[in-house]
Structure formats: structure tokens, C-alpha cells
Design a protein around this ligand. Structure first.
Ligand SMILES: C[S@@+](CC[C@H](N)C(=O)[O-])C[C@H]1O[C@@H](n2cnc3c(N)ncnc32)[C@H](O)[C@@H]1O
Length: 185
């Protein structure tokens, strides 16, 4: 079983469009393994842009035997673009809306992993983390945790103070930034 997951994971990295990476390539490389290790079956991503994290999240779900994924962006083009990055075995829905005003109660199932990389203001991130918490996730990944986004750090630390946290730093083309992986205790 473990070998099988390893094999599926290797395949998860084939042909990823790394050029599309708005998020750090480091977190992109970690995500499929994390999804398999923690048996994540459902994902919500807030902030699609070029669809880099859409790809790696979908690849991770596929490597773990499939699952359900929602991608949310305020930008209509991003909501359509990301469709091409969804792997077989992954049921996908785009939510083309402001994540702060979207009715998250319309998602009735629990979600294992939330990936937050949308509105980087304190208020925006606070709303996103609060809305994700309603979905009872095991993992919340917050991108741009640091790197000139103090609101993101403040909001996620406030609401997830009692969660385990690992911060993954990255030095990218546009400066230093980081990603925080919060795991429910
Ligand atoms: C940094 S990019 C996301 C990058 C993507 N996660 C990746 O790494 O490939 C941020 C995205 O969030 C979207 N966004 C910003 N504010 C938003 C909001 N309030 N609701 C939904 N999407 C938002 C932007 O349109 C943009 O596409």
C-alpha cells in the first residue's frame, strides 16, 4: 500500500506547469505528499491565479485515490482556466465569487484541507480562515504567511493559536515569503 502511494505520488509530479507557480515551488512540492500522508479526500482552495496550486492539490488528491475539490477566485478567468488542471478522479467545482461574501454554508460536507491565498489583508484573511473553520478541516495552509503580509500572519495566528504550525520559508523571485501549515491538534 505504501509503495503504491509512493508510485502514485511520483506520477503526481509529471508534467506540472511549474512556470505557473505564484505560490512557492516548495509548498507546491510538499502538497501532494501531505495529501497522501494525511489521507486528505476533500480540498478548498481560495485564490487560483494561474492555477499552480490547483494543479498540485488536484494531483495530490488523484495520487491518494481521488476526491472532491473546490477552487474559489474573484476573477472569472482564473475560475475557468483552472479547469484544465484538474486530474482524473477528482470532482471539481469552481466558485467564482469574492470569498468574503460567498455563502460557505452552501457547502454541506466537511473539508479535509483548506488552502488560503486570496485576499491578503487582515480582514480578508480573517474571514477566509473563519469560513474554512466552519468546514471542520484537519489542515489549513496559509500562503504569504510573512513576506510583507502582516495581516495574514496576524489573522491566522489569532484564529489558529491552538493548532500545530509549521512555517515553510521560501526565497522567491519577488522576495522572501512563507507558507504556514496548520494542523488541528
Ligand atoms: C496570489 S494569487 C493565488 C495564487 C495561487 N494560489 C497559486 O499559487 O497558484 C491570489 C488570487 O486570489 C484572488 N483573490 C483576491 N481576493 C479575493 C477574494 N476576496 N475572493 C476570492 N479570490 C480573491 C485573486 O484574484 C488572485 O487570483
Amino acid at each position: 500500500m505504501t509503495d503504491l502511494i509512493g508510485w502514485e505520488l511520483n506520477k503526481a509530479y509529471d508534467g506540472i506547469h511549474w512556470w505557473a507557480a505564484a505560490a512557492s515551488r516548495t509548498i507546491g512540492a510538499i502538497i501532494p505528499g501531505l495529501i497522501c500522508a494525511l489521507n486528505v479526500k476533500s480540498v478548498i482552495e481560495i485564490g487560483i491565479a494561474n492555477g499552480f496550486t490547483t494543479q498540485v492539490l488536484a494531483r495530490g488528491l488523484q495520487a491518494n485515490g481521488g476526491g472532491k475539490m473546490y477552487s474559489c477566485d474573484i476573477n472569472e478567468f482564473a475560475c475557468t482556466l483552472c479547469k484544465q488542471f484538474i486530474s482524473d478522479g477528482v470532482e471539481h467545482e469552481s466558485i467564482c465569487s469574492d470569498s468574503g461574501t460567498f455563502d460557505w454554508k452552501s457547502i454541506i460536507e466537511e473539508i479535509d484541507l483548506c488552502y488560503i491565498d486570496g485576499d491578503h489583508s487582515y480582514e480578508g484573511c480573517l474571514k477566509d480562515v473563519k469560513n474554512c473553520l466552519r468546514l471542520n478541516p484537519k489542515i489549513i495552509i496559509v500562503h504569504d504567511y510573512a513576506g510583507g503580509q502582516p495581516g495574514v500572519v496576524q489573522a491566522s495566528d489569532e484564529l489558529l493559536a491552538d493548532w500545530n504550525k509549521i512555517v515553510i520559508p521560501e526565497r522567491g523571485d519577488t522576495g522572501d515569503y512563507a507558507c504556514a501549515i496548520f494542523q488541528r491538534r
